[in-house]
Design a protein around this ligand. Structure first.
Ligand code: NAD
Ligand code: 6OD
Length: 501
């Protein structure tokens, strides 16, 4: 690990410094109650955020309902699609502001914010605008036994008012991944970004406003979960669906809150993802790819690998090679082009990850590298950094092998047979993603479908096509989004039967 020591002043996004406001019924509004938005690089205050009250959430719901009965609902599919493209244009026109805002809130690197997070924000609007415009619907020519004939076809209607509750790890990417399809098929939305990452959502509200999205079609409320905007939305009787990305236990709380009003739910939750490295794998590619899947975004991607299983003949060599990769990571200032890894999202999350590092040691792990906090000797010592960490030697039953840490850490264990590797990878309460490294085509096809996960990558990681089904099994989620799956979740199909004879 190389801790870069040259202090560099953190550049605030140009319009920052005031209060980040909510956006309700086409207007930017404040509640009178604020919370702090903290930069995890150095612990400094970025700005304050207006926390939406229950009344403000009610106003957002009423505005959304009015939009569904007014100007927003009156748009044709082509007009709505064109508007979504205009939103994407608006994100691209203010690209640098979005990048700076995402970096300030998360501490993620300039490279990642400008190559992954913000481009995906715009791409989400473009892809779903086009998919919604070109979607087909079912149609059957019906003949009954007694000779009646009918034409049965489906009309897809929006669900209504959709609450989008998003996490902090890929704030813009994950919020728009759900907002874009929901809006593209005509729903009115209420976005609730994480309290840790309110900035890009606020910029997005400005973009929506400037693009001419009708009042009430897009609303933004800031706040927390319990007894705040997250819970007010989940419990609200006039919200038709909640689409949520975040921790599995939060998904469970939202499910309970939404139960009385029987809302449609789509959940993308936690993971404890496995990588399997067979001894026939391209060794260098497997090491490179696994380093990426463990350490990208400081391990704070739900799809990151936390359990690595390596076939015994290459086990020791692999552990040493991954150790070298971890130790070569540049940890530092987000705006430094050489930075590979920034801080965790907050001091609270840093404490959680460090508690898992300690737990692994207490459970008898061998520390291959890391396990602590990097020391910089500058303002970053007030930040939320942890060292990239590799453990070996734990039993598969250890809590630190079973529970999601959500940090730059993995445990590496050896296996002997293909069957053993599959069983070890699947022995998890989670089922989000898996990665398989092999040069055998037959093995790839044999092993991949046996993974109990929503997605398997073979000889790669996080290579995305937005048309594919995305989601998890077990504790990792309910439902699928992506492509037609998103259009389907955010729509209510209605059957129309016309008698022909
Ligand atoms: P979190 O569950 O703590 O928070 C997510 C959002 O839910 C935030 O906006 C938060 O304010 C809100 N929230 C919290 N409690 C709530 C409640 N009781 N009612 C309503 N809303 C509530 O998750 P996080 O810490 O922001 O994100 C990290 C977690 O998200 C990890 O577990 C990670 O695996 C998971 N995640 C999953 C995916 C996926 O696609 N499966 C993607 C990203 C993150
Ligand atoms: O790429 C995506 O569409 C997606 N939903 C990624 C989720 C990442 C989790 O942190």
């Amino acid at each position: 690990m190389t801790a870069r020591t040259t202090p560099q002043p953190f550049q605030q996004p140009p319009h920052f410094g005031g209060v980040l406001r909510n956006y309700v019924n086409g207007q930017f509004v404040e509640s009178g109650k604020c919370f702090d938005n903290i930069n995890p690089v150095d612990g400094s205050l970025i700005n304050q955020v207006s926390e939406a009250s229950r009344e403000m959430v009610d106003q957002a719901v009423m505005a959304a309902q009015a939009a569904l009965a007014g100007e927003w609902a009156a748009l044709s599919d082509n007009q709505r699609s064109a508007l979504m493209h205009k939103v994407a244009d608006g994100i691209e026109a203010r690209f640098d502001e979005f990048v700076a805002a995402e970096m300030a809130d998360t501490g993620k690197s300039l490279w990642q914010a400008s190559n992954i997070d913000i481009p995906r924000g715009a791409a989400n609007f473009r892809v779903f605008a086009d998919l919604a415009k070109t979607r087909s619907s079912e149609c059957f020519h019906t003949e009954t036994a007694d000779g009646q004939q009918a034409l049965n076809y489906a009309v897809n209607k929006p669900l209504g008012v959709v609450a989008v509750i998003a996490p902090w790890n890929l704030p813009m990417l994950l919020l728009t991944w759900k907002l874009a399809p929901a809006m593209a098929v005509g729903n009115a939305v209420i976005a609730k970004p994480s309290e840790d990452t309110p900035a890009t959502a606020t910029l997005l509200a400005e973009v929506m406003h400037d693009a001419g999205v009708p009042a009430g079609a897009f609303n933004l409320v800031h706040g927390f979960g319990p007894d705040s905007a997250g819970e007010f939305l989940s419990q609200h009787k006039d919200i038709d669906a909640v689409t949520f990305t975040g921790e599995s236990k939060t998904g469970s709380a939202i499910m309970k809150a939404a139960a009385d009003n029987v809302k449609a739910l789509s959940f993308e939750l936690g993971g404890k993802n496995a990588a399997i490295i067979f001894d026939d794998a391209d060794f260098d590619a497997a090491v490179e790819g696994t380093a990426k899947s463990v350490f990208t975004n400081g391990g704070q991607v739900c799809l990151c690998t936390e359990r690595v299983y390596v076939q015994r003949p290459v086990f020791e060599k692999f552990v040493q090679a991954l150790k070298q990769k971890a130790q070569a990571l540049n940890i530092g200032w987000p705006q430094d082009p050489d930075t590979d890894m920034g801080p965790l999202i907050s001091r609270a999350h840093q404490q959680k990850v460090l508690s898992y590092y300690q737990l692994a040691k207490d459970e008898g792990a061998k520390v291959v590298t890391g396990g602590g906090i990097p020391q910089f000797g500058d303002e970053r010592d007030n930040g939320a950094f942890v060292e990239p960490t590799i453990f070996t030697g734990l039993a598969e039953t250890a809590r630190s092998v079973k529970e999601e840490v959500f940090g730059p850490v993995c445990h590496i264990a050896p296996f002997d047979t293909e069957e053993q590797a599959i069983a070890m990878a699947n022995d998890s309460d989670y089922g989000l993603a898996a990665t398989v490294w092999t040069t055998s085509l037959q093995r790839a096809h044999r092993v991949a479908p046996k993974m109990e996960t929503g997605i398997v990558w073979v000889n790669t990681w996080y290579l995305r096509d937005l048309r594919t089904p995305f989601g998890g099994v077990k504790l990792s989620g309910i439902g699928r989004e992506g492509g037609v799956h998103s259009l389907s979740f955010y729509s209510e199909p209605m059957n129309i039967c016309i008698k022909l004879n």
